[in-house]
Design a binder for this molecule. Structure first.
Ligand code: GLC
Length: 651
């Protein structure tokens, strides 16, 4: 007996005992238009509820930062209510099939104002705590459902190999073993939420090994998870986003496929394909990787989603591009704006026999299987669901989990003369551009796609400064930016500076997302990459180097200016990845990698003042010089796994 044949009686789950029967019965009633509609995912700004009904749309998404009304949970619930109601309005032309709404809740439901925003994955990888990851998944599921949303495009299972990649922070680690330890736990946390499993048994095995076997109905308490980006997104040459991962198959399986196994075993219901290529072949058209490996060999029984406009670069003719993606095994296509063109083009390709009807039926059956397995046909409209508009959204209980995650994510790289832990009674100067900036703490995919700076947009939570102020009455905040002039002078504050016992200087990167965070020469990545708003093929990377002193020279200036006046400096780095900080570290008495801690910056003070010890360990090699080749530093400053405790021993 395998785990997919143990269908529980309907009474136990509220969902029909045999999902497969329901799938096939509904599929048999569907027209080609209704089937292709189910495979189509527009973005909310480009589709109305009425169009969802008229075109039988199966899913709608919010791109990063695409938020309804005042961007509060109630606004999201109202929007989802409208889409759901339209999708369920059965008539002579339309079958009632509930629409699935998807968002990037990749570190909490961070699009929404007031959400609990967790550290990005790289910090969680430093924490080395799989149990915490599962709890984060459960809290995230609650805050996604509070918005009436059913599906998150998480977890990212990228195994980042080169810190020049703008999405390094979305990776838990450069070690596939660490990513694999987390993969199953985050999927369970997200899909189970607070109740019964939401795994639908779509994972490994599944009937005849092709993943099409009967699916165990589940109690819908979680949200649908999405393992991404299949496959090798973190291994591109020189870390170029959407670039080419040039490795042999053994290395691809070892480094990038491996973490998906525990995700499938945990029953992940959807997988998103990568915009990158493998040895020059686009993953979005890679039948071997999608149909043969993921669905065949690994037995994935859920459905496969394309990424944002992932079909565009596959062919000049849009219909042919759509056919290439669907024939490779993609079941649902994320076509934010060109969804009408997609529907017409795919229909034509089916009618010409380029896309077999059997492939369409398999795709739609997979989508229906997920919707039935999650009990979506039994769920009331979003506004009537338990959990919608929940007062647990952004609650203290949730924020405590996030604050624990911040504490555990911090990595102590230097602590000379025992300057840490800081004395609560000391006169402490706090400065630096990230000292009092909850937006910078959160990084990308927070309220906006590229993230935000400042505190206004991040409702709730604490900045690093607010955490310090709460425990150290003698602490003083100096200017958000550099607290000294370009010559390292403090002007008429020279005397005041010398009255401080220590300084905490919080520096690092501005928020970014995806290719906008790449470190490389500016200019087109490759022709035809036009899915980014920065314009066809041209996007501005973050910078040309990983050296902080070149990216943001104010940091070194401030640290040196204070140190030269005999003030011990604790430098806290807020960044999405390891940076080259040799000079800043040499001038600091203590140096802490804080990654992108999210909304609960007070977690930093918890450790700086010794309430908790450091337990974080580097999830990636820390480079000591120019990063070249496959992301391996010319010289390594600290190895993966390095991290100090307050008393100086290694974690
Ligand atoms: C983006 C990202 C993907 C995200 C999707 C929807 O391009 O590659 O991770 O889930 O679009 O926002």
């Amino acid at each position: 007996m395998n785990r997919f044949t143990s269908a529980r009686p309907a009474s136990a789950t509220g969902v029909a005992s045999n999902v497969e029967e329901r799938v096939q019965a509904l599929l048999a009633r569907m027209t080609l238009d209704q089937k292709i509609g189910q495979m189509t995912q527009p973005e909310r700004l480009h589709v109305t509820p009425d169009e969802v009904k008229r075109h039988h749309i199966g899913s709608v998404l919010s791109g990063g930062g695409s938020c309804p009304g005042d961007n509060r949970p109630a606004d999201w619930v109202a929007m989802n209510d409208a889409y759901w109601a339209a999708s369920m309005e059965e008539d002579a032309d339309h079958l009632a099939i509930p629409v699935l709404y998807g968002v990037d809740a990749i570190h909490g439901n961070a699009n929404v104002r007031g959400a609990t925003v967790f550290p990005h994955n790289i910090g969680l990888g430093a924490a080395r705590d799989p149990g915490l990851i599962e709890r984060i998944g459960r809290v995230t599921a609650r805050e996604v459902r509070a918005a009436g949303v059913d599906w998150t495009f998480a977890p990212t299972l990228a195994v980042a190999q080169d810190p020049r990649w703008g999405r390094t922070y979305e990776s838990y680690s450069e070690d596939p073993g660490v990513v694999g330890e987390y993969a199953g736990r985050i999927v369970r946390g997200l899909q189970e939420g607070d109740g019964g499993r939401l795994d639908g048994g779509m994972g490994r095995g599944g009937g005849g090994g092709d993943g099409s076997g009967p699916v165990r109905p589940v109690v819908p308490e979680g949200v649908v998870a999405c393992a991404k980006h299949w496959v090798g997104d973190g291994g591109t040459r020189n870390g170029v986003d959407q670039g080419d991962t040039v490795v042999d198959e053994a290395e691809l399986r070892r480094a990038h496929v491996a973490p998906y196994v525990p995700a499938l075993e945990a029953g992940v219901l959807t997988v998103m394909v990568s915009l990158s290529s493998w040895n020059g072949e686009q993953c979005h058209a890679h039948r071997y990787l999608i149909e043969d490996v993921l669905k065949g060999e690994m037995g994935f029984g859920g459905f496969v989603l394309s990424d944002w406009n992932g079909v565009d670069p596959l062919a000049d003719d849009y219909g042919e591009a759509a056919a290439a993606a669907v024939n490779a095994g993609i079941d649902m296509v994320m076509v934010p704006e060109r969804w009408r063109e997609f529907i017409a083009g795919l229909r034509e390709q089916v009618e010409r026999g380029v896309v077999p009807v059997e492939r369409i039926d398999d795709a739609v059956a997979r989508i229906l299987r997920v919707k039935f397995a999650c009990g979506m046909f039994e769920r009331p409209r979003p506004a009537a669901r338990r959990g919608s508009n929940s007062n647990g959204f952004g609650s203290r209980e949730h924020r405590e989990v996030a604050r624990e995650a911040v504490r555990k994510s911090l990595v102590l790289l230097k602590n000379e003369g025992g300057v840490l832990p800081l004395d609560r009674g000391a006169r402490i100067l706090v400065t630096g551009p990230a000292a009092h900036d909850r937006g910078r703490q959160c990084g990308g995919f927070t309220v906006e796609w590229q993230g935000v700076t400042g505190n206004e947009a991040i409702a709730g939570g604490t900045s690093i400064w607010e955490g310090i102020r709460a425990v150290a009455p003698g602490a003083v905040l100096w200017g958000g930016g550099a607290s000294c002039d370009e010559n390292g002078a403090f002007g008429n504050a020279e005397d005041a500076v010398r009255t401080f016992d220590a300084a905490v200087v919080v520096v690092g990167e501005r928020p970014y997302a995806e290719g906008m965070g790449d470190i490389r020469e500016p200019g087109p990545v490759r022709p035809g990459t036009n899915h980014l708003p920065a314009g066809p093929g041209v996007l501005q990377p973050y910078g040309r180097t990983l050296e902080l002193a070149a990216l943001h020279p104010g940091a070194l200036r401030t640290v040196r200016a204070l140190a030269e006046r005999g003030i011990p400096v604790v430098t806290v780095l807020v960044s999405g990845r390891p940076l080259v900080v040799n000079a800043e570290m040499a001038a600091s008495s203590a140096f802490v990698a804080a990654w992108l801690p999210g909304s609960e910056g007070a977690g930093v003070a918890d450790v700086l003042f010794g309430d908790h010890d450091f337990v974080g360990r580097l999830p990636m090699v820390w480079p000591g010089g120019v990063v070249s080749g496959r992301g391996r530093a010319g010289e390594v400053l600290f190895p993966r796994g390095y991290g100090l405790r307050l008393l100086g021993s290694e974690v």
